[in-house]
Design a protein around this ligand. Structure first.
Ligand code: SAM
Length: 279
């Protein structure tokens, strides 16, 4: 029996074909249609797993008509699977418009999870992973990249980036400039493939290490950077700070903290300590 009628969002391997999950093979074999980022690229995956389901090209620049035709087939009761060249669709890959349109029309959308480069990288990097931010690709132009990095300088969560090999050395230099040369970072390269590499070092050292070895400027790359050290006082959100400032102009800190706690719901002691730090 084939999969139930729906749009299936199917992850495919990021290098090692043995990472293809059995459910993904089954869904792709049984679907009526597979929408793929690059049909020629996906043909290789299909040959390997004996899949002969018809393929159509789909990317986010596809015209509305192409999205509409896929939606029509879903509404006619067909099963469609969406794949990208590698990894999980919609993660720095096409699919958002199709998924959004399917959901708007009440069509069931089912994920078939599997490989994703940033999850694999983070899971083995040795940087804090309890909270992180996935930034995808940085802007290609150096000015825009520097501005984006500047905005991230105070980010306290581990930051995860995708980067093209010919830009990795320049990006690491720009990160050292924006975040400080001592900030710890990890490069994860060619995950699940023959030359899989992880290397952790402070940003300036990591940039020099990558520059000194052209092999590190090849293949597919995830960069991860430790978040900024937490600053005293940074624990209070902007609105609570505003309320505390207004109240402290009129009341002693203890009373200001008590009233602010009523207004904001933030713990009285946290507000009081913040108030004392402002003196
Ligand atoms: N959708 C994919 C995913 O789930 O990870 C990402 C697609 S994005 C267009 C391609 C980027 O992902 C590459 O430039 C690289 O930054 C990262 N990537 C993909 N495969 C990788 C691998 N095997 N090792 C390291 N990074 C990889």
């Amino acid at each position: 029996m084939g999969p139930d009628q729906a749009l299936y969002v199917v992850a495919t391997p990021i290098g090692n074909l043995a990472d293809m999950v059995p459910r993904a093979v089954e869904v792709l074999q049984c679907a009526d249609l597979v929408a793929a980022e690059d049909t020629r690229h996906s043909q290789r995956l299909f040959s390997h797993f004996d899949i002969d389901t018809p393929l159509v090209a789909y990317h986010d620049h596809s015209d509305d008509q192409r999205t509409a035709r896929i939606i029509e087939r879903l509404e006619a009761g067909e099963t469609v699977a969406l794949i990208s060249d590698a990894g999980t669709p919609l993660i720095s890959d096409p699919g958002y418009r199709l998924v959004r349109e399917a959901r708007n029309r009440g069509i069931r959308v089912v994920p078939v999870p599997g490989a994703c480069a940033f999850v694999a990288a983070l899971s083995a990097a040795g940087l804090p992973s309890d909270r992180f931010t996935f930034e995808g690709f940085l802007p290609a132009k150096s000015g825009a990249r520097a501005r984006t990095l500047e905005q991230l300088a105070g980010e306290e969560r581990t930051m995860v980036f995708y980067e093209a090999p010919h830009r990795v050395a320049d990006t690491l230099d720009a990160m050292a400039e924006a975040f400080g040369e001592h900030r710890e970072a990890v490069i994860a390269r060619e995950l699940t493939k023959a030359f899989e590499t992880f290397h952790m070092a402070p940003l300036a050292e990591l940039a020099a290490w990558v520059r000194a070895d052209s092999n590190q400027q090849r293949g597919e790359i995830v960069l991860m950077v430790r978040g900024a050290e937490r600053k005293a006082g940074a624990t209070l959100d902007d609105e609570s700070q505003r309320v505390m400032k207004l109240l402290m102009a009129e009341l002693p800190p203890k009373r200001a903290a008590a009233v602010a706690a009523e207004i904001t719901g933030v713990n009285k002691k946290v507000l009081y300590n913040w108030g004392l730090e402002q003196k």
